[in-house]
Design a binder for this molecule. Structure first.
Ligand code: AHR
Length: 334
């Protein structure tokens, strides 16, 4: 069921996909060549940046899946700057690629460039993160996670963590937010708060909340400041593992024990997060799967073929508690 961001029906998405693919074929860019051989499909991909272990795994997945599919991949790293993504997309339009895919750094401010892609008859696929747009026909589909649900799952797993730790009394939560304005930052905060307000209005409180930009350095710096202003924090909810890992350094530097004095829940499930969890420093991880490459290539092929696509192709994910970390670690793929 589609529950996020005013998505239109699958039928509208299918029509957009088919229309754009048909237009691309009219350009002769994605149709079979007159000689009977297939022309290689060119995908322009604008990545957010390289801010986290998750992002590295995501970029590697896109690159290897494109190679595996035999597509020509034009890849650019926007270094967490929207203006860089916009100019990368404009470049792909100028180069007349067959399909553009991107993981938008923030949710707003894309309509103008997406209209340019539409005018050039180049279909756009969103991966990982969503956008807010006045015109849903400006992109074909989103391949990515349900971040609001990840926030809800983080709150539900915190209930288990508190229970296992035998915690009694008020729960004073520090929240390390992702990049301001980014879908995972907005939605992970929203989902967590939803559960907190519904089930824990009396005992849980977010006492401090600030962005750590999804980076380890940001997590460390902001957590050090949190500990100064609120030394009695007993829970950390970090919107990704990297900020959690940075925060662990700050907690240890302040003479406290991560995972004991401060219970920690993070999102992602990268290897370093699992290592910290197996060492008892993270209490639970909500998985967000970065290995979107194969699914993306499949979607790109379907767009090219004018196939019907859902507006949101969701990623399957799990949650992990500390006692599962050692067993799960060897099979982690990222
Ligand atoms: O958009 C996904 C998020 O972006 C990941 O959770 C985070 O690690 C990354 O930077």
């Amino acid at each position: 069921m589609l529950t996020r961001r005013n998505f239109l029906t699958a039928a509208v998405g299918a029509a957009a996909a088919a229309g754009l693919a048909a237009c691309a074929k009219e350009d002769g860019k994605s149709s079979d060549s007159p000689g009977g051989g297939s022309k290689t499909l060119t995908l322009g991909f604008s990545q957010v940046g390289s801010e986290s272990g998750w992002r590295t795994a995501n970029s590697d997945s896109v690159k290897s899946a494109a190679k595996e599919s035999g597509y020509t991949l034009k890849f650019s790293d926007a270094q967490q700057k929207q203006e860089n993504q916009i100019s990368a997309i404009r470049n792909y339009i100028a180069q007349k690629v067959d399909v553009i895919a991107f993981s938008p750094v923030v949710v707003t401010g894309w309509d103008a460039v997406l209209k340019e892609a539409k005018a050039a008859k180049i279909p756009v696929v969103l991966t990982d993160r969503s956008v807010e747009t006045s015109d849903e026909s400006l992109y074909v589909t989103l391949v990515g996670s349900d971040f609001t649900d990840e926030g809800r799952r983080a709150a539900k797993i915190l209930e288990k963590v508190l229970d296992k730790a035998g915690h009694k009394g008020p729960v004073k939560i520090a929240q390390l937010e992702g990049t301001t304005g980014a879908a995972p930052a907005i939605e992970r905060a929203k989902g967590f708060k939803e559960v907190m307000d519904a089930d824990h209005a009396d005992d849980w409180k977010i006492v401090v909340s600030q962005t750590g930009e999804f980076t380890r350095a940001g997590g460390k710096q902001v957590m050090a400041a949190f500990l100064q202003s609120n030394p009695d924090i007993n829970v950390l909810y970090a919107h990704n593992d990297d900020m959690g890992l940075g925060a662990i350094q700050a907690i240890e530097a302040a003479g406290k024990k991560p995972g004991k004095d401060i219970l920690i829940v993070t999102v992602d499930g990268v290897k370093d997060g699992f290592i910290a969890m197996s060492e008892g420093k993270i209490n639970a991880i909500v998985e967000c799967n970065p290995l979107l490459g194969p699914q993306l290539m499949d979607v790109v092929q379907k767009v090219k073929d004018g196939e019907k696509l859902e507006r949101w192709i969701k990623t399957e994910e799990s949650d992990f508690l500390q006692d599962q970390a050692k067993d799960a670690l060897p099979s982690r793929k990222y």
